[in-house]
Design a protein around this ligand. Structure first.
Ligand SMILES: [Zn+2]
Ligand SMILES: [Zn+2]
Length: 276
């Protein structure tokens, strides 16, 4: 069972492993850098050594990163788009150095340009990053979004189109349960979650699914509200999580739920109790 949380790297990247140990998890997601700034200090040899030593000693089976929220490969502003390409290139390189197998990326937001044009820019940006990092095996996992505002990636068709056009084995997917629900996929019932995941399989392919973001939702079906809630405490309830836990033990699943008051520990326990 690959299960974990988004771990903090405050005080050093290797600190994620200590949080993972305390929480008894074998999978985690981190921000490999300050996610709210464009500039990132390169990973030093010392940082890399400490990280890989902690990795070896740990029970972690899969570790991956989430890209900066500033990235927008769709941006109609050439400078911003190129900054995003540069930053994603750096992220892939950081993952390679640290032994992280993939990075999760929000495809981008169109802004005032037509969505088709935005998608073209995402595709061209991804092609550049893949080319810039051709020696790397690190996969870029496109995350489905809540479909809020002008964001791209609220539908499985959006994600598949990007995947197909980039034409690289180094593109995969990350499926966020909260985002899927608020974007209009009703996964509250067993039938609903089964139908949604079957449709994801047909359109995107479960074999390309690198991870689940396991989040309950504060927002209602179709609300496009990206607000995560503790497992079983939101509009989703327990059924979709029970389904995912039992059908996809080998796909990494990480929580991105509120951390206050032992949130992670409680959510992990709730999830483990759903295993048949
Ligand atoms: Zn997510
Ligand atoms: Zn979210």
């Amino acid at each position: 069972m690959l299960l974990g949380v988004h771990c903090s790297v405050a005080g050093g990247l290797e600190n994620a492993f200590e949080e993972a140990r305390l929480k008894g998890i074998n999978t985690f997601q981190i921000f490999s850098r300050n996610q709210r700034q464009w500039k990132a200090k390169p990973v030093s040899d010392e940082e890399r050594r400490r990280f890989s030593a902690a990795f070896k000693k740990s029970n972690i089976k899969v570790a991956f990163s989430h890209c900066s929220y500033l990235l927008n490969l769709a941006s109609a502003n050439d400078a911003l788009q190129q900054l995003s390409v540069h930053s994603l290139t750096e992220e892939v390189e950081r993952c390679s150095l640290l032994g992280l197998s993939f990075c999760v990326l929000h495809p981008g937001a169109a802004g005032e340009q037509p969505k088709e044009q935005a998608i073209r820019r995402i595709i061209s940006g991804l092609r550049q990053v893949i080319k810039n990092t051709r020696k790397s095996k690190v996969v870029i996992a496109l995350e489905n979004t809540a479909g809020q505002g002008t964001s791209v990636g609220g539908t499985f068709e959006n994600l598949r189109y990007i995947y197909e056009e980039v034409e690289s084995k180094r593109i995969g997917f990350c499926l966020d349960t909260c985002h899927a629900f608020v974007a209009g996929y009703d996964i509250r019932t067993e039938k609903g979650v089964e139908k949604t995941l079957n449709s994801f399989d047909k359109i995107c392919g479960l074999k390309h699914l690198k991870a689940f973001h396991i989040n309950d939702s504060k927002g209602d079906l179709g609300s496009r509200l990206d607000r995560h809630e503790n497992i079983g405490k939101g509009k989703l309830g327990l059924i979709p999580f029970k389904y995912i836990m039992n059908h996809f033990p080998h796909i990494p699943k990480v929580l991105e739920t509120p951390k206050e008051e032992d949130g992670d520990e409680i959510n992990l326990k709730v999830l483990r109790n759903l295993i048949d």
